[in-house]
Each structure stands twice: as structure tokens, then as C-alpha cells.
Write a protein that binds this ligand. Sequence first.
Ligand SMILES: Cc1ncc(COP(=O)(O)O)c(C=O)c1O
Length: 364
Amino acid sequence: MSLLKSAHGGNTREAAALLGIPPEQLLDFSANINPLGMPASLKRALIDNLDCAERYPDVEYAHLHAALAEHHHIPSSWILAGNGETESIFTLVNSLKPRNAMIVIPGFAEYRRALQWGECAIHEFALREEDGWQLTNAILDALTPQLDCLFLCTPNNPTGLLPDNHLLQEIAKRCETLGIALILDEAFIDFIAGEQGFIPLLQANPHIWVLRSLTKFYAIPGLRLGYLINSNEQAVAHMRSRQMPWSINAFAALAGEMILRDSAYQQATWKWLEQEGKRFDQQLKNQPGLTVYPGLANYRLLRCDRAGIDLQRSLLEQHILIRSCANYPGLDARYYRVAVRGEEENNRLLAALSLTLNGTALAD
Ligand SMILES: Cc1ncc(COP(=O)(O)O)c(C=O)c1O
């Protein structure tokens, strides 16, 4: 069983309270946030624009939607921004009102929570350990006319794996034939350099909804910004008309208007992940009793193959918080998720893992 009650990573308050220490003393590997921190250009703009708080943001967020549209080369009428992608998930589900939805397990918890708000039967498609947790074409047979909605996370959380592109196209075709709304959660896709995702294919596929988050890549989980995209502008307009007004605060809107243009930050992030991700993977694989899944985003799924070791507990004793995956349907207490952070922090995690798994500190 997971030590913590929280259904998400990043709950340093709860973890620190267990140890009786201030949350700042914990090194957090449980939330998948870009370790470069928020772009310096954004920090400056926030400081310079503090008086935004004294005005209502534009209720239509015209500049924000225009900036997102410019970035993706699509009309702004296809986009609806939300207070984090989480709000976009709930907006979408509230509007589509699916009666029979399929989710993939293990997967992000909020699809289920959003679907449970309505009268929706939830069908699970289980990824399998023997497939290395990769999505296979077995899902094609699981898609039946009874379904009206399918959630896929690309790359998936917590596995970090991106389904084969050909398979995704097949799934998209099958969903179109069967009248299933395909919801692609691309919250972490920005971390994969050169990966465009499905936005360029939306024009011809109004049955596909893409969800994006800016909170992870641009390290603004406290500011919060996400959006949904669909090429049926009437459908998006309908959602816009039903969304709570001013749900995005002025600072988050300002962030969205500028950060997508910060190509130096994007390049620096890809460089960090390319270099440090590779090194981290190698070092993790050298740890005895640990299976590392080849995630492409900024986190890795691990399986601890040593019976009787609770990695979360023993790392917490060393003031390091990792995500136990025991409460993910489809996984169990052997599984953990860790973020990829900067070299120094990663070395601290590796040393703590080594102490737990080998009983010795890492050799230099
Ligand atoms: C797969 C996935 N989608 C969406 C979200 C929500 O992102 P946001 O912080 O933008 O609400 C998360 C957050 O952890 C996530 O893991």
C-alpha cells in the first residue's frame, strides 16, 4: 500500500508531515516538473506585471488563444484554454457527456474522476507487464460501437511510453468509424524533441480532441495552464459558452501569451533531457534489483524486484520523495515513478537508491 493518501505526485506537505520535517527539506522526485524552473523571461514579466492582479482578465482570453493558435498554426477558434489541463479534462467530459468511456490502465487518475461526475460506465483497457506496458493493437478489438469516448495519454503517465504512430492512426480510424470521440492527452509531449503529436492531423479528424498542459514543460504548476483543441469550432464554441468565466488567472494568461515563443528555453530543456535523461537511465539500470522502463518524457517508471523493500519509505527516510504507483489500477506496490531532475539531484536519488538496494553508497 502507498504510504501517502494523495492520488498525485508532488504532495510534499503530506510526506514531510509523516517525517515531522518542513516540506522544503524534501527532494521531490514525485512530480514531473521541468527542473530548469520557469523561464526567466516569464519570471521577469510576472514581476513587471504584478498590477494585472488588479484587473479582470479578458473573459475571452483573446490574446492567449491567439498565441496558442500561432504556435500550433491553427485557428484560435479550435482552442479553449483552461486552468491547467485538468480543467480542460473536466470541461470536455462535462460537454461530451459520454455514457460509455474507455480508459487505459495504468493511467492518469483525473480521466476517471471526471467521468465519474456524470452517468458514465467506465471500461478499462489494461496494458500488460509482458508487453513492457506498451499499448498494442489488442486495443483495436476492444473498441466497440457501444463506446462513445476513448482516453489515451501520449506519452502515457506513468509509463512515459509513446504508442507506435501507426497504431495510433489505426485507433483514430477505428474511432471515426465507430463514432467514438478520441481524446489524446499530450500533456508531456513537448518534452519529446521533434514530436508533433496529433495537432497537425486535427483538420481532417473532428472526432479527435487533443489536450495539452503547459504546467510541466514550463514549470508553472502553481500558475496552471492547459488547453483543449478540436477542429469543430461549433463544438469548441459550445464548450467556451459553458466554461466558468475567468477561470484562468491573469498571470497564467500572460504566461501562455509569451512562453511558447521562448525557443531558447525549449532548446535548453531538450538538451538537458537528452543528456541527463540518458545518463540517469544508465545509472538507474546499473542498480541491482530495479527494472527501468524506457520512458521518453521527463519521468521513469521503475519496478523494484527485491521482495520486502518499500522504496518510497526507505527513500523518504533519506528525505527523498518518489511516487509510489501502488494506487494506480493496473500496477502494484513494486512500481514507482521518478522524475528526471538535474544532475546533482539525480545523483542524490541514485546514491539513496544504491544505499537501499545494495546497502552501500555509490562508488564515484
Ligand atoms: C497525464 C497528465 N495529464 C494532465 C495533467 C494535468 O496537468 P495540469 O497541471 O496542466 O492540470 C497531468 C498532471 O499530472 C498529467 O499527468
